[in-house]
Design a protein around this ligand. Structure first.
Ligand SMILES: *Cc1c(COP(=O)(O)O)cnc(C)c1O
Length: 405
C-alpha cells in the first residue's frame, strides 16, 4: 500500500491527530471540517444577513486603553516583556482582584500574564493534568475545552446544563466526581448559555473538589458582563483559593478581543508549574498591549457599570425581537449571548434552522450543537450574540419580527 504523498493535503501530526480524533475534533483521516462558525460567517457575508453568530464586539473599547497602547508603541515598548508579564499589568491585575472581590493576590508570585484566556487554559491543563485523569466541566462548553483536554491526554466528563434555566443538577455534579477527577473547569458567566452559577452550586463545587483533592480552574472572561447581581469568583469562597486557578482576559471587558491579553492567578507553586509550560507555548505576547490593559483594569467603577448597562440594553433589544419572531428565550444573566429555542417555529435541527434564517430573516446565529458532543440534547437551540451596536441589534430585531408576520 502506498503512503499518501499528496503535498496539497495538509495533515496533522500523529499525537495531536490521535487525541483530536478521539475527541471528535477532526475526522479519522485528519481532515479538519469547516467549523459551523466559519460556515455561518460566510453565509452572512454571502446573503447580507446580520452576523450574530461570532462573539466579538463591533465597537472599539475605552479610548484611554486604545491610546495607552499607541503610546506604548511610540515609547518603544516593542520587545519581549518578562515571562510572567509586565509588572505594571501584574500589579493592576492584583489591584483589580482586591478592588472588585477582596482577593489578596501577590503580583510577583501569584499572577501570570498569558496570550488570552485561551493560552491560560491550555498551559494550566497541560501543566496540571496527567494522561488518564478526568476533567469535569459543564456541557455545552466553550469549544477549546474539549481540544485542550484531549491534548493533555485526559478524559472530559460533563454535567449537562439543560434548557431553559441551564442550571446544573447538584446530584449530577456529585455523580460526575470520581477518584480520577483531577480538575474541575468552570466557566462563569457561561458561554454559550449566558447562565451564571448560584452560590449553592459554587459551594458544592468547592466542597466536592476539596473532598476529591481536585483543582478548580475558572474561566471568568465575562466577569464584568453581568446583568443582575455582581460576579463572585469561586476563589473567594472559604477554602477555595488554595486549589483554584482563576483565569480571565481583557478581550471581552475592553472590547479588545484581537489583543489576546489574558491572565491567571493561583497559589505561587501552581503558577510556577503553569509558567513552565507557558514559556514553551508563546513564551510572551503583546508587549504594548500589556500596559494598556493595565490602564483598563484601573478605570473607575463608572466604566464597569456602563459596559454592563449598555450590553444589558442590547440584550433586551435582541430578546424582544426573538420573542416577536416566536422563539422562546432563556434570559441570560451574563456574557454576550442569548440562547433561543426555535422549536415553537417547528425547527427540529438548529443548524438547518440557522441556514434558513439567513435568508428568511437576514440574521445569522450559531446552533448550540456546536458546543456539545451530545447535539441531540440541544436540537432546536440557537445562540445569538448581542455585543453589537444598538442600531444593528434594532435592525436584527426588526428583521426577526417579520418572521411571524
Ligand atoms: C472568548 C472566550 C475565551 C477566549 O478568551 P481570549 O482571551 O480571547 O483567549 C475563553 N473562554 C470563553 C468562555 C470565551 O467566551
Amino acid at each position: 500500500m502506498s503512503r499518501p504523498t499528496n503535498l496539497e493535503r495538509v495533515t496533522i501530526p500523529g499525537a495531536w491527530l490521535r487525541t483530536a480524533a478521539g475527541a471528535g475534533l477532526v475526522g479519522p483521516d485528519g481532515s479538519v471540517g469547516a467549523t459551523i462558525f466559519a460556515e455561518m460567517s460566510a453565509l452572512a457575508a454571502r446573503t447580507g444577513a446580520i452576523n450574530l453568530g461570532q462573539g466579538f464586539p463591533d465597537t472599539d473599547g475605552p479610548p484611554e486603553v486604545l491610546e495607552a497602547a499607541r503610546q506604548a508603541i511610540a515609547d518603544g515598548v516593542n520587545q519581549y516583556p518578562p515571562g510572567r508579564g509586565m509588572p505594571v499589568l501584574r500589579e493592576a491585575i492584583a489591584r483589580h482582584q482586591q478592588r472588585f472581590y477582596g482577593l489578596a493576590v501577590d503580583p510577583d508570585t501569584d499572577v501570570l500574564v498569558t496570550a488570552g484566556a485561551t493560552e491560560a487554559l491550555a498551559a494550566t491543563l497541560l501543566a496540571l493534568v496527567e494522561p488518564g485523569d478526568e476533567v469535569l466541566t459543564f456541557e455545552p462548553y466553550y469549544d477549546s475545552y474539549a481540544a485542550i483536554v484531549a491534548l493533555a491526554g485526559a478524559r472530559l466528563v460533563t454535567v449537562p446544563l439543560e434548557w431553559p434555566a441551564f442550571a446544573p443538577d447538584p446530584d449530577r455534579i456529585r455523580a460526575a466526581f470520581s477518584a480520577r477527577t483531577r480538575l474541575v473547569l468552570v466557566n462563569d458567566p457561561h458561554n454559550p448559555t449566558g447562565s451564571v452559577l448560584d452560590r449553592g452550586t459554587r459551594e458544592l463545587i468547592v466542597e466536592l473538589a476539596t473532598r476529591h483533592d481536585a483543582l478548580i480552574v475558572t474561566d471568568e472572561v465575562y466577569e464584568h458582563l453581568r446583568f443582575g447581581t455582581p460576579h463572585e469568583p469561586i476563589a473567594t469562597l472559604p477554602g477555595a483559593a488554595e486549589r483554584t486557578i482563576t483565569i480571565s482576559s481583557g478581550g471581552k471587558t475592553f472590547s479588545t478581543t484581537g489583543w489576546k491579553i489574558g491572565w491567571l492567578h493561583a497559589r505561587a507553586d501552581l503558577v510556577t508549574a503553569i509558567l513552565s509550560v507557558k514559556q514553551f507555548l508563546t513564551y510572551v505576547n503583546g508587549a504594548p498591549f500589556q500596559p494598556a490593559i493595565a490602564v483598563g483594569l484601573d478605570l473607575p467603577d463608572a466604566f464597569y457599570a456602563r459596559i454592563a448597562a449598555d450590553l444589558g440594553a442590547g440584550r433586551d433589544i435582541l430578546i424582544a425581537g426573538l420573542r416577536r419572531a416566536g422563539l422562546t428565550v432563556s434570559v441570560p444573566e451574563g456574557s454576550y449571548f442569548v440562547v433561543a429555542d426555535a422549536a415553537p417555529l417547528g425547527a427540529t435541527d438548529a443548524a438547518a434552522f440557522c441556514r434558513d434564517l439567513a435568508t428568511t430573516a437576514g440574521v445569522v446565529g450559531i446552533p448550540v450543537s456546536a458546543f456539545t458532543a451530545t447535539p441531540g440534547a440541544y436540537a432546536g437551540l440557537v445562540r445569538f450574540a448581542f455585543c453589537k451596536r444598538p442600531d444593528v441589534l434594532r435592525e436584527a430585531a426588526g428583521r426577526l419580527s417579520s418572521l411571524s408576520a
